[in-house]
Design a protein around this ligand. Structure first.
Ligand code: ATP
Ligand code: MG
Length: 264
């Protein structure tokens, strides 16, 4: 399969939601694999000290010599620190526990929220998409992601409290947009782990659509156990079991993203 190249350099997206366990990492690695599958050149950046997106892309976080930590502290470039995941078809700028220290070490540094932006600028020509897996917080790390992105992809489960948590994220994005990054916008809300048999999920989904309209992606990611099993094999579901319902949904989402960026 092939697809048109993205217009004018890489489009950069953060996958963010300060709520834990909502499907950020699953979305990042499966979207990366889905985009690679439809012919896009992708860099996946793990901005979470948990390193789940790194491991879930078949890269052993404990064996990495250089990581996003070195890039943020300007002791390595992305070109030096990235590795290629052959199985997944995309490049990985990995993370491990060391990254937790960056928050403190960057406190003293000038323009500390712009570190990632500068680093990506030097590598952007190599890619159509850069996807950033953010940690479950609105920390300095997430801020670095938001400062360099064109848009935010917000994965969310259609549960009652999901809407409440969204207010904080939307406000943070507005602030970053106003003060630090004029390009930043919410690209869309992605409904994940969706189970249409649960009435509440249908109701929240309808509420989301009436409130956010076009900002809700058409693609819906179903709850699918194959997506949850894949990380233990060090693979995104899209690679581990391409025929699974969840995997097919993520490839469909990748196609929707390609269409969206041509309209940006
Ligand atoms: P954290 O906030 O800790 O970084 P996260 O937002 O990145 O978490 P994930 O790690 O992607 O969330 O997902 C949380 C759990 O839900 C994982 O065990 C994952 O395998 C599972 N999961 C994610 N999406 C699906 C899905 N569509 N169907 C079934 N299980 C899923
Ligand atoms: Mg995660």
């Amino acid at each position: 399969m092939s697809a048109e190249r993205a217009p004018a350099g890489a489009k950069i997206f953060c996958v963010a939601n300060q709520k834990g366990g909502v499907g950020k990492t699953t979305t990042t690695v499966n979207l990366a694999a889905g985009l690679a599958k439809v012919g896009q050149r992708v860099l996946m950046i793990d901005l979470d000290p948990q390193g789940n997106a790194t491991m879930g892309s078949g890269v052993d976080k404990r064996k990495l010599k250089l990581t996003i930590y070195d890039v943020l502290l300007e002791s390595a470039s992305i070109a030096e620190a990235r590795v290629h995941s052959d199985k997944c078809g995309y490049d990985v700028l990995g993370a491990n526990r060391e990254l937790a220290g960056a928050e403190v070490e960057l406190v003293e540094v000038e323009r500390r929220d712009q570190r990632l932006k500068l680093a990506i600028a030097a590598a952007a020509a190599d890619y159509d998409f850069v996807l950033i897996d953010c940690p479950p917080s609105l920390s300095m790390l997430t801020l670095n992601g938001l400062c360099c992105a064109h848009g935010v992809i917000v994965p969310m489960q259609c549960e009652y409290f999901a809407l409440e948590g969204l207010t904080d994220l939307v406000n943070t994005i507005k602030q970053v947009h106003a003060n630090m990054n004029k390009d930043l916008q919410i690209i869309g809300l992605l409904r994940v782990m969706f189970d249409p048999r649960i009435t509440l999920q249908q109701q929240v989904s309808d509420q989301l659509k009436s409130h956010f309209g076009e900002k809700v992606f058409n693609t819906v990611i179903p709850r699918n156990v194959r997506l949850a099993e894949a990380p233990s094999y060090g693979l995104p579901g899209v690679v581990f079991d391409p025929a699974a319902r969840g995997s097919m949904a993520y490839v469909e989402f990748a196609q929707e993203m390609v269409e969206r960026i041509h309209k940006m």
